[in-house]
Design a protein around this ligand. Sequence first.
Ligand code: ADP
Ligand code: ADP
Length: 225
Amino acid sequence: MTNVRLEDIKRRFNNVTAIEDISFEIPDGEFWVLVGPSGCGKSTILRTIAGLETATSGNLFIGDRLMNNIPARQRDVAMVFQNYALYPHMTVAQNIAFGLQMRKVDAKIIQERVINVARSLSLEHLLDRKPKQLSGGQQQRVALGRAIARQPQVFLLDEPLSNLDAQLRDDTRAELKQLHQNLAITTIYVTHDQVEAMTLADKIVVLNRGRIQQIGDPQSIYALP
Ligand code: ADP
Ligand code: ADP
């Protein structure tokens, strides 16, 4: 089981407290969304889970395992950022396959995963193209595919759609939802966009000034008075 549990996580940078009193537990396979104004600590929480940041205090568990001192490369966590960085000299298929090849996964399994991921993200017809032959939306879908292909325990996304125009954002959001329904990987997603939070989230965590203001399902968070 890959539930993710944060217990009283705090992170200070010199005299600035970026996050504090951060506690929640995400059940295995759920999709949680972090929202809140710029600077409220969303990225710091994701980076702490990924192991790119070390908490000043508190505990992080993935499944039953205490992760506090486990380096990023030993965590079974994949992260996608706003600025997808694909390998420009590789094809779409090679980009998606890359993490699996690094892990010496069997070639036949890689082939199957590449095809499955490409199918869920509508990339089948683009497998032999290079990134520069793709639109921004297609490139971001490849970045999602590359992250998800190795079937991480935890999937972290930091505003992955914010560089896309409105139509592409809608399409990619729908594909992401489909992908999550197919794979059921425990997912944490940061966004400013209320529509994204409403349509994707099992639960929404509202942050303000480094603290949790509210945790609830989308209906309760965005309920009209
Ligand atoms: P968000 O992702 O919600 O915009 P961040 O997690 O990036 O917020 O930042 C939370 C707070 O921590 C902000 O006040 C930010 O300035 C501060 N912060 C983040 N990273 C660093 C850092 N490396 N050094 C100093 N302060 C930082
Ligand atoms: P390499 O030469 O680095 O092995 P390949 O171009 O053979 O890279 O492709 C990397 C992976 O992607 C391989 O596992 C391959 O099976 C798969 N792959 C490549 N092209 C396609 C394609 N058009 N359709 C499906 N899978 C593909």
